[in-house]
Each structure stands twice: as C-alpha cells, then as structure tokens.
Design a protein around this ligand. Structure first.
Ligand SMILES: C[S@@+](CC[C@H](N)C(=O)[O-])C[C@H]1O[C@@H](n2cnc3c(N)ncnc32)[C@H](O)[C@@H]1O
Length: 334
C-alpha cells in the first residue's frame, strides 16, 4: 500500500474514533447513562429501568462506550472506567455544553461550508440554544487554566472594584468574590437567560455584586468606576470599530492606573508544547465563528496589541495560558 493511502487510512480511523467518542458522550449525557453506570449494570438492568428503550441500540451504545475506554465490562456488567468517571464528574464544567455545541451546532454549519465559501448560502446566525446556554456554559471549560492566573493577578494588583463585561455564567466574579470578602463588582451580560443564571450563581454576594443585563456597548449606564475591567472570552463578539468604542468607554470608567484584562483564544500563534497542541481546535473555533454573520473569527495577537495601543492603554503584558489555549492581555489606562 502507498504511504499516502496508509496515512489517510490512519487519519480516517482516528476520525471515526473521535466522532464515536463525541456521539457516545453526548447521547450518554442526554440519556443520563453516565450517572446510571456509576453503579455496575447489565444490559438487562438498563432495559428494566427503561422498558421502552431499543435494546439493540442500547447494546451497541454499551459496546461502543466499552471500546472507547469509557466503560469497563466484567462478564455481562458494565461500569464507568476512570475516563468514564471523569466524563460524569466534569460534565457541568463546560464539557457537556461544548460536546453538545459540536454535535448539534458545529456539524450543520460545517456541512454548509461549500455554499458558505462560494457565497451561495448566507452566513449563519447563532441558534437561541447557543446564545442562551451553550456558549456561556462551554466557556467554563477554560477555568482550570484561567483561575490560577487571575487569582495571582488579583493578589498582585489588589483590585477593590471589578467590572466583568460579557460575564456569562458569572464564574470568575463568583470565584473572586468568594476569594476576597471586600471586593465589589458589576457584571454586564447581554443575554437575559444567561444573566439570570449568573445572578443565581452569584446570589451569595448580591450585597456587593450586581449583574446587569445590558449591551456592553451601551455605556449610558451609571455604574461607577473600577480598578479592573475584564473582557473574558468575548472580544470576538465585537467588530473592529466596536472594539475601539468599547475600549475607549472602558477607559472612562477605570480609576487612574486601572487595568483592562482581555482574555481570548488567538489565531495564528504557534504552540510551544506539542504534548497538548491547541492550535487546531483554536483555528477550528475561529473558522466556526467566521461562518456567522457579524463575526470575523478569533483575533491575532497583533490585532489585540494594536487595539490596546490605538486606544491609549500602556504597560501591556501578554500572558500565554498553559498550552497556548488562551492569552491574557493586561494593560493600564494611564
Ligand atoms: C463565551 S461567553 C464568555 C463568558 C465569560 N466571560 C467566561 O469567560 O466564562 C461570551 C459572553 O459574552 C456575552 N456578550 C456578547 N456580546 C455582549 C455585549 N455586547 N454585551 C454584553 N455581553 C455580551 C455573551 O452573551 C456571552 O455570555
């Protein structure tokens, strides 16, 4: 066999494995099977629990989950492997939402890629499920990389008032409020459903934290001044002109020496560490965003540097988070 053909077959097998993994994970979440299989069960046990389910399909699901290393089979019984337990433990930390995005929303968009490229199909709009739920929830998956850096920055800078623009589920506000009992803050979130969840998540701090449902481009709001304004995982929502307006507006509400922190995945950076390369997924995310009306994909490092310089921020610090997954750009207002 030719080397090219062999390489292609190898890639195809990996592709089927990845797709199988995705389909089994998402269906397992929807059917609550990861939870049910925390305790050992046979196919018969599961059918007893769900008499209306299709036995043949469930048998295939168990077999597939076993061959993907998600379940361990002992005689006729299945239970979660270490990997399967991780799937269940971390499901609410962004991964379930991310997998659902890939299956239900990324696949149909990329299926229309030829028409999108030729211009025979209009650019897409995000489905309401994406805007109201999945985008903000999937963003939680970067927390293990972001939080250690953010807390260090907090300790170094001693912020007293924080503004979090496009705060999503309010995770970083919640963690910072918990970490520092004297910190006060405001979160701004455009989507009403996401705002409600952020308010619930941050309810313990509502004496010093307010979550406002508003467009961050509308700075008519009287919100006071801040030591830091975060723009985490959302700069790509704003077109180049809007980014300039937004950064000027943020400057107006920053105290002297106040900081802006822009967290974003980037296009075009090379991974230093090949062990866990994030270049391909970042570029795929950028590609997916660019298929949507009003979106241009992820920014490059040069674009963010230029934006901060143009809008008069100084003392720029660019911090790559582990594996180059995202970069934090911190700069001062004066
Ligand atoms: C990918 S999520 C990131 C959420 C959070 N900052 C995080 O890092 O986990 C982006 C969020 O920005 C919000 N957003 C987008 N455009 C906005 C705007 N113009 N004003 C306020 N929020 C906005 C979206 O609704 C979404 O919840």
């Amino acid at each position: 066999m030719e080397a090219g053909m062999l390489a292609l077959l190898g890639k195809t097998i990996k592709l089927m494995e990845s797709l199988g993994f995705l389909w089994i994970l998402t269906s397992g979440f929807e059917l609550n099977l990861w939870d049910e299989l925390k305790e050992e069960k046979t196919l018969d046990d599961l059918i007893t629990l769900h008499p209306a389910w299709d036995r043949l399909l469930l048998d295939h699901w168990l077999e597939q989950a076993g061959s993907l290393g998600l379940l361990i089979k002992d005689n006729q019984s299945y239970k979660l492997s270490k990997l399967g337990k991780a799937v269940q433990s971390y499901r609410y930390e962004g991964l379930e939402a991310l997998y659902k995005e890939l299956v239900k929303h990324w696949s149909p968009v990329f299926a229309d890629l030829p028409q999108l490229i030729t211009g025979d199909a209009d650019k897409k709009s995000f489905a309401s499920e994406m805007e109201e739920e999945l985008i903000a929830k999937a963003s939680l998956a970067s927390e293990p990389f972001v939080w250690p850096f953010l807390v260090k920055k907090f300790n170094d800078s001693k912020w007293r008032r924080i503004l979090d623009i496009g705060c999503g589920e309010g995770l970083y506000l919640q963690k910072l409020m918990e970490f520092s009992p004297s910190l006060q803050g405001i979160g701004i979130e455009i989507n009403p459903e996401v705002t409600l969840r952020a308010r619930t998540n941050c309810a313990a701090y509502n004496d010093r934290l307010k979550i406002i449902c508003a467009d961050a481009l509308d700075f008519q709001l009287d919100i006071g001044t801040f030591d830091v304004s975060l723009l985490n995982n959302n700069i790509y929502y704003f077109n180049p002109d809007q980014r300039i307006t937004l950064l000027y507006n943020i400057k107006k509400v920053l105290n002297p020496g106040g900081q802006i922190g822009i967290l974003t995945a980037l296009r075009g950076t090379n991974d230093q560490l090949e062990l866990f390369s994030t270049q391909m997924p970042r570029h795929l995310m950028s590609f997916f965003l660019a298929c949507h009306r009003g979106f241009r994909g992820l920014p490059t490092e040069a674009e963010i540097r230029e934006l901060l310089t143009l809008t008069g921020y100084i003392d720029l610090e660019v911090i790559p988070l582990p594996f180059g997954m995202s970069h934090f750009f911190f700069a001062s207002s004066v």
